[in-house]
Design a protein. Structure first.
Length: 203
């Protein structure tokens, strides 16, 4: 069974171990990371920052579990509150579980949570143009193509963590508000290489 649960401080060690094991597999899809990213200490710092973002309603990181084992993560990030009610969706699953419906189920859980408990109206995600498997995951969850990003700045390959939160932390916290399933859901462009062309989608 596939489950999605909020990441917690105690996940730092297991997540670092999983990231080290999947480092080569994830390399084509991820920005370059410092060595500290793959350590329990690095993940502890990252999770601490992400928990603050969750508290402020600015972003959420979930662990993807299969039969109780951590096999990947899924993020709902760059949350914009107010009438727009949007966020970016990102995810990865360990190579062993690719092609077995794990990512598809996790994205489905995330969409239901985003349009339910998180009160969002729009989700955006993106894939490298040749990442057909990830495109299928999104399509199975109601995403439609909406465009292709022509080019990405070189610094995207160097990002190791989200930018710091602003000094003014008066952000609107997460609220519970119903939004129709499939309303204004889209896949927009992002990527991990400076010259890639990415797909984008919409529901």
């Amino acid at each position: 069974m596939v489950a999605l649960r909020p990441i917690a401080a105690e996940d730092a060690g297991p997540l670092a171990h999983l990231l080290r094991a999947e480092r080569a597999f994830l390399a084509p899809f991820e920005p370059e990371r410092p060595e500290s990213f793959y350590t329990p200490e690095g993940q502890r710092d990252r999770i601490e920052d992400l928990l603050l973002r969750r508290e402020l309603g600015a972003g959420y990181l979930f662990g993807i579990e299969r039969d109780g084992d951590l096999v990947g993560t899924l993020s709902v990030a760059n949350v914009v509150r107010g009438p727009f009610g949007s966020a970016n969706l990102g995810y990865w699953v360990a190579q062993q579980w690719n092609g077995q419906g794990v990512a598809t189920a996790a994205v489905g859980h995330a969409a239901a949570r985003a349009f339910g408990d998180l009160g969002l109206h729009r989700l955006e995600a993106g894939t490298l143009v040749d990442n057909v498997a990830s495109q299928r995951v999104l399509e199975k969850n109601g995403f439609e193509r909406i465009g292709v990003a022509r080019e990405l700045p070189a610094h995207r390959r160097r990002l190791a963590r989200p930018p710091p939160l602003p000094a003014n932390r008066g952000l609107t916290p997460a609220v519970s508000a119903a939004a129709p399933r499939g309303r204004d859901l889209c896949q927009s462009a992002f990527g991990s290489a400076t010259d890639c062309r990415d797909h984008a989608m919409r529901v």
